[in-house]
Structure formats: structure tokens, C-alpha cells
Design a protein around this ligand. Sequence first.
Ligand code: FES
Ligand code: CO
Length: 325
Amino acid sequence: MIVQDTALRNEWIVACRSVDVQDRPLQVTVMGERVVLFRNAEGIHAFKDLCIHRGAALSLGCVRDGKLVCPYHGWEYEASGACVKIPQLPSHQAIPGKARAIPFGCAERYGFVWVNLNNNAPDFFSLPEFDAPGYRNVIWGPQTVNAKPPRIVENFLDVGHLAVVHAGYLGVETHMEIGDYHVHRDENGIRTDEIAVFQPDPDGTGQAKHVYYTYEILRPLTVKFTKRDRETSNEMSILLTVMPLDENQSVAYGVLSFNYETNMTDEEINSFQDMIFAQDKPIVENQKPEDLPLDLQVELSLKCDRASIAYRQYLNELGVKLGTA
Ligand code: FES
Ligand code: CO
């Protein structure tokens, strides 16, 4: 089912990793919409995965001379969506103007392919770490989750669960209290103060200590935290971005950025992140209601939930509903 959400159709939604689109077309489902991605010399392009001739999935075809070729009768579509060749048509006949694929906005950025279903070229959020010298970036995901995106995003912004769900990894049971913090909103976006979190071994030396988390809300389904060690100035940030696959399922991706050397390989970093995410998954897959309550009178928040409250307010303002039709 198509997820009807005008606000999100205006967003860049993550579709897959850049490396997933090579020389063959790829089908992805984004907000219930079947999308074909294909790569040519100019870059990656996205169409509705549907040939106007007889409804074949263009993703079963191939890319030839930079054009997407339908698997059924070989019609060829150029990147604008225009059909430029119909092999069955006698050569003196013109290609009908209606012979077009439906293009979506498509961009390759931060190691991912992003799709904009309304094709209205919205601005991108910035992830300065990704191009900054001295930073190592690791692409994480995909992780499919049986939950709607806002529950997953809010879980990521939730500092209170670290010492409970991730006890022994991201928090310690003897240090569960969260000090007061505020959320600031200005032209640079929405971000929290630094929040102290006591961790058992934040830098791999085996020494438990406080690290400081800053949470940022970048877009409705894209958020980030930066974890800073005040003694060493080591910083690690994780960008989380979530794609609504259909009305019930989501796919999560991330970028982990480090300004310091770790002795872990990309694979080890990813498996650690998978393990942490696996601890969150049963929580978010079983929360009720499935839709994040945007009415702040629903559910009972604490002061330490200020990041979550700011997120709910932000979704409210944007009119994100994630309804279906
Ligand atoms: Fe695509 Fe016929 S269905 S060319
Ligand atoms: Co968690």
C-alpha cells in the first residue's frame, strides 16, 4: 500500500546504499511505491518501476548505452524518462509523446541513494563529518524493522534507555539518572545540550567514565548524535536515517563517523552496531500505538525526554502523518 504523506514525499528518503546500484537496475520499495534505480555515466536515476506499455517492472530490464531498457518489449527510456526507442514501431512513425517513464528525484550523497517522490529537489541536510579531513566514515545498514519510522527515530533520540536496554555497553545500571538538559532551536536546526552519560568502556581502554551526547534533529526521518570524550576530544557521531518501506515496515541506515583511530574494522563496527540495534528492535517493534503519538498529552514524558518531545513537536509542525491509502 502507498504511504500517503505529503510532507515525507517532499523529503529526500534513503533508498539504498550507493554500492547497491551497479550496472544492473535495482528495485526498491519506498513508502509502498515500487521504484527502479539505475546508473549511467551521469549518475543514478529513479523512475516508478512501471512501463507504460504493458505494466512490466523496468527493474527486470537492463541498462544499455545509458538508457533503461524494458524487459518485455525492449522500449528504451533515457534519464529524463522519455522513451527514445520502440523497437516494434516502423521507423517512419514518431514515438508517442505519452511514452514516458515517471521520474522521481534521485541523488547520491553520504554513501547512499536518496529518492524524492514528489521530484521537487528539496535541500539536503548537511553532514560535515562526511567530507571533513581526519574523519573516518562507516556506512551501516540496512536493518529492516517491523515498526513505523518515527518510533525508531525517537528510540535513537532517547537517552534514558541507554543504561537499561544497552546496559554494559552504552550505559551502566548504577548510573541511570539523567541530568537536566535543554533543546535549542535556531537557524542551525534542533539540538540538545551535551548530556552526560556514564559508560563502561567508551574508548576501548577498559576505563568507565562520562562521555557527552549531543542529539540533533536534522529532518523528519534523519537524526544524529555526537558522543564526545572531554579528556581526549575523541568524537564519534552516528547519523540515523529511516526509510518507510510500506505502512508497517521500515529500513534503517546509518553513517558512523570517527575523528580518532579505532582498532576496529568496518565489519566489526557494523556488527557492534547491529548488536546494539538488535537490543532496540524488540522494543520498537512492540510499542503501542504503532504511530508515534504527536499529541503531547498522550504518554507520560519526563524532563529527560525533552529530545523526544522536540521531535514530536517537529513532526507535528511538518504535518508528518504516515497515513495510508
Ligand atoms: Fe515495457 Fe512492453 S511492457 S516495453
Ligand atoms: Co538503543
